[in-house]
Design a binder for this molecule. Structure first.
Ligand code: B12
Ligand code: SF4
Ligand code: SF4
Length: 326
């Protein structure tokens, strides 16, 4: 744990405020399908419209706690500054799928995204109650600035970490809207899913399928290029494309013995063992333990900042170690 960061509670000392606990009216773990053995779509809850799930008031508290940090209001305002979408052009670019995939990738990388993956749509990527008709998902990765991210959690005295979160969401908004409009200009339908709200598309599963990284013990994606310090955005489309391959570089294996995030998480929300969730055995974060601290501490983010893969100086050594073990 980063003991020099005065905003982080010492291990084991965090207790949620009674008014926060009072807003956690039902457990989120059954909603997430913890213990369920049959695959199903994820239920829409946090970061969906606050009147449509049991944590609406807690969501408002979480938003307020991040917006009171210096600079965060403007940073998130930029993330919600959605550009206008153009209509789909009448004339189609009839190039082969390989060429269209290469052009879409190069367009995205030259419009603020740091990495791109492509995968075919799976109904399990779409939240229950939503519909997406396009057969392809393009996932965009937006890297955090490590020096800024490691300042989390933020509060009224220091908003550096949460501002970097807002800034990367804003890049995701600009990049995903630019790509959507480019695809539409080529005569194909496309829709952007940039966040910060959850919207219809679950982002980590298509990101893993398209090779942007592996799932870490802390429940976030770990990328070979950026570690855990990375935001995601999506674009769905009916433009013919070619999928990119999954990337296994040893992150899942490394998590089996590393405890950096479990030790750093103030409410001890990160499970040591994989668990069965909606029919898949995988790493899982206890929602009920995470959410009070998340809501009180400007969206926390300690787990992704403390993950050794996120440190630019550590990443090459970890990659080499894991490659030598395979
Ligand atoms: C709701 C939400 C939250 C909620 C609830 C999360 C939860 N797990 O219950 C709260 C507010 C607690 C939260 C916290 C955080 N979040 Co959040 N969150 C989302 C959001 C909007 C929807 C995800 C969701 O509904 N999860 C609920 C269910 C589905 O969770 P789950 O079953 O445990 O599955 C999780 C993973 O295992 C994976 N997953 C889901 N299905 C499957 C299937 C398979 C086979 C696998 C391998 C993985 C997998 O995705 C889920 C991510 O929560 C996504 C954006 C999006 N549209 O996807 C961002 C997102 C997942 N969050 C993100 C981040 C970074 C965080 C935080 C670190 C906060 C921060 N400051 O950035 C913490 C991490 C703590 C945690 N618990 O995960 C990033 C992750 C980026 C990355 N590197 O992977 C995302 C993608 C936002 C973005 N646009 O970049 N988050
Ligand atoms: S975001 Fe949640 S899981 Fe991650 S360190 Fe904070 S409280 Fe723990
Ligand atoms: S901190 Fe360690 S255990 Fe946690 S996700 Fe990163 S590598 Fe895995």
């Amino acid at each position: 744990m980063n003991q020099s960061n005065p905003r982080r509670p010492k291990r084991g000392s965090y207790q949620p405020k009674p008014e926060t606990v009072a807003l956690l009216k039902v457990s989120g773990n059954p909603i997430n399908g913890l213990g369920e053995t049959i695959p199903r779509r994820a239920s829409a809850f946090f970061w969906h419209p606050p009147d449509q799930h049991p944590y609406g008031e807690l969501q408002i508290v979480a938003r307020q706690s991040s917006r009171k940090c210096p600079g965060a209001g403007a940073a998130f305002q930029a993330a919600y500054n959605y550009p206008e979408l153009i209509p789909v052009a009448d004339v189609r670019n009839e190039a082969p799928a390989e060429q269209l995939a290469a052009e879409a990738t190069s367009f995205t990388l030259s419009h603020q995204a740091d990495a791109v993956g492509i995968t075919s749509m799976d109904p399990l990527y779409v939240f229950e109650g939503y519909t997406i008709s396009e057969p392809w998902v393009i996932v965009l990765a937006l890297a955090h600035n490590y020096e800024r991210l490691k300042e989390v959690p933020s509060d009224e005295t220091n908003g550096v970490g949460v501002c970097d979160v807002g800034d990367q969401y804003a890049r995701g908004t600009r990049a995903s809207y630019a790509l959507t409009n480019w695809i539409r200009s080529q005569g194909y339908n496309a829709n952007p899913y940039p966040g910060p709200m959850a919207s219809a598309l679950l982002l980590i599963p298509p990101a893993i399928a398209s090779g942007l990284g592996e799932l870490g013990k802390h429940g976030s994606l770990i990328s070979r290029q950026f570690g855990s310090g990375v935001r995601l955005a999506g674009v769905t489309t009916d433009m013919p494309l070619v999928p990119t391959k999954p990337d296994r570089f040893g992150a899942d294996e490394f998590c089996k013995t590393c405890q950096a995030c479990t030790n750093a998480c103030p409410p001890r929300a990160i499970s040591e063992q994989k668990q069965m969730v909606r029919g898949v055995e995988r790493w899982y974060v206890d929602f009920d333990k995470c959410i009070p601290y998340f809501a009180e501490s400007a969206s926390c983010g300690i787990c992704i900042a403390e993950c050794p893969w996120t440190r630019p100086t550590a990443r090459p050594k970890l990659l080499a170690t894991m490659a030598s073990r395979r």
